[in-house]
Design a protein around this ligand. Structure first.
Ligand code: NI
Length: 172
């Protein structure tokens, strides 16, 4: 296992649409292991493969908190199959937009269908933090960021800040 470098705003890779995974081979398994290690180390509650530079539809997440036992979940080709009318507000952050948090409103509950690493189709109902995380991560697979859910004013302010940081780092 190894820690992977994170793709940070305003890297244009974050705007790419990830491709469905066709083969559940050893590379996918190794990538998922590295994604979990990178996510837990950050620490974060969710990670999309594009955030480590791989534009494939793979998400790792763990919405447990504090001293609860870890519940790592890897989702391959995940899709939202239904979402509740009821909404909920959650203060979100993103490993690709470090040190920035803002409240986002999303459906409070969603149904998610995905492939497991074993190639099994699974469906789960998610609510609370898990619902927020999976919607945020599936957005990543579609080239969308949580700041896209904010007002243009707020989004432009964050973008400017990160463009400035990138310039000072010589675009590294
Ligand atoms: Ni994110």
């Amino acid at each position: 296992m190894s820690l992977l470098p994170l793709v940070i705003l305003p890297d244009p890779l974050l705007r790419e649409i990830s491709k469905p995974v066709a083969d559940l081979d050893g590379r996918v398994k190794a990538l998922i292991e590295d994604m979990f290690e990178t996510m837990y180390e950050a620490p974060g509650v969710g990670l999309a493969a594009v955030q480590v530079g791989v534009t494939q539809r793979i998400v790792t997440m763990d919405a447990t908190r504090g001293d609860d036992d870890k519940e790592p979940l890897a989702l391959i080709n995940p899709e939202i199959i239904w979402s509740s009318d009821q909404l909920s507000d959650y203060e979100e952050g993103c490993l690709s937009i470090p040190d920035y948090h803002e409240v986002v409103t999303r459906p409070a509950k969603v149904g998610v269908r995905f492939l497991t690493l074993a190639g099994k189709i699974e469906e789960r109902e998610m609510e609370g933090l898990a619902a927020t995380v999976i919607q945020h991560e599936i957005d990543h697979l579609n080239g969308k960021l949580f700041i896209d859910h904010l007002s243009k004013l707020k989004r432009d302010r964050v973008l400017k800040k990160f463009q400035k940081i990138a310039r000072h780092q010589g675009g590294a």
